[in-house]
Design a protein. Structure first.
Length: 368
């Protein structure tokens, strides 16, 4: 059941290490694939390090390179932009099973040691009560707590470009876009030949959706990639320039990884986004990254297993009798009906540990 539930979960902005832990969190990084973390296969040294690659040279003479930095993975039909970081530097020594890098969306450094631990939950104060928002395993959260449950959103947009078409006014990487933002304008050869009317033609074409693809997304342009079927020499100058830049990035990454040279040239019949690419055409892939806020209708889990649908988001947080804000309202009956009461134990331990933390700080400050 846990594996089924976790296959439908993703990262959130407010995920952190919990005060109540089992210790198993510190073992996940050693058991994950290289989209999340990697461990050294033996004793060695960091031979090469860049924003996108880390390469380890082992004592037995072997070498192993890994991709780090921004990587894109697929999850439940969506693209998730991952961020892999390392604390190592060139020349640092590593021992067998040392963590080489980790995914900051899911892992963090354990403050009580040098281990890398899984972060999988946001910490909030839960009130158990029966009301209209907690019927049928419903729940209510505050707007402030909803910010902790926001997550990264990513859209990949594909635009087919004929080799002879000119790409005009392409938005640069890093540009902020919204639903109506025009990514670029495609000018056919007839428009290019009429140089006197080129600007007027471009203005007209911008109003035609098929010639001026829009973002239909709120976020930032993070990457362009060009896949093509044919030769670069056959392309218009603007498309050729963009394609060469895209290929240069792929070649540089392959070189850093110690892999054979590669580009984005495709064979006739190969598919991009499920559609075959035709000769004399290119497909412009655009990665757009934004933020998705938690809202009513979304799902969450209270504790580690109490799945719930958010029915309401409070603008003003309810408070306890002693003045502490309540982050989540959930059904007490829902806990007992499932016969899983570990969330009550987790809540008690987390509350006690937070109180102990504050008391320890008071002692250190000489207040207590």
């Amino acid at each position: 059941m846990s594996s089924i539930q976790n296959s439908s979960t993703t990262h959130a902005d407010g995920y952190r290490l919990m005060p109540c832990r089992t210790g198993f969190e510190n073992t996940i990084a050693q058991r994950s694939g290289d989209m999340f973390s990697a461990t050294a296969s033996g004793d060695g040294v960091v031979e090469y390090l860049s924003k996108k690659t880390i390469r380890i040279s082992y004592k037995d003479g072997s070498k192993q390179a890994y991709r780090i930095g921004r990587r894109y993975g697929n999850w439940s039909g969506k693209v998730i932009p991952h961020n892999l970081v390392t604390d190592l530097k060139v020349g640092d020594s590593v021992k067998e099973n040392d963590i080489l890098f980790y995914n900051t969306l899911f892992f963090t450094k354990d403050p009580w040691g040098d281990q890398t631990a899984l972060k999988f939950a946001a910490l909030g104060r839960v009130a158990f009560s029966e009301n209209r928002t907690t019927l049928e395993d419903g729940s209510a959260i505050t707007a402030e707590f909803a910010k902790q449950l926001g997550t990264t959103d990513c859209k990949t947009k594909y635009v087919t470009v004929e080799f002879q078409d000119d790409i005009k006014d392409l938005l640069p990487v890093g540009s902020e876009v919204d639903d109506d933002s025009i990514l670029c304008t495609l000018l056919p050869p007839t428009s290019q030949s009429l140089s006197l009317y080129a600007e007027e033609a471009a203005s007209v074409l911008k109003r035609v959706s098929s010639q001026s693809p829009r973002a239909h997304f709120n976020g930032v342009i993070e990457q362009y990639r060009v896949y093509y079927c044919g030769e670069i020499e056959e392309m218009s100058p603007s498309l050729a320039l963009l394609t060469e830049k895209s290929d240069d990035e792929l070649l540089a990454e392959a070189k850093q990884m110690g892999e054979p040279p590669v580009n984005a040239q495709m064979k006739v019949g190969q598919r991009i986004n499920g559609k075959p690419i035709a000769p004399g055409t290119a497909v412009l892939e655009t990665r757009l990254v934004g933020h998705l806020q938690m809202k009513a209708g979304d799902k969450l889990s209270v504790g580690a297993q109490m799945k719930s649908v958010v029915g309401e988001v409070y603008d003003v947080a309810p408070i306890t009798e002693d003045g502490r804000p309540i982050d989540v309202n959930f059904s007490q009956a829902g806990v007992f009906n499932r016969m899983v009461q570990s969330c009550l134990l987790m809540g008690a331990i987390n509350t006690g540990m937070l109180a102990a933390e504050q008391e320890f700080l008071r002692i250190l400050d000489g207040v207590a």
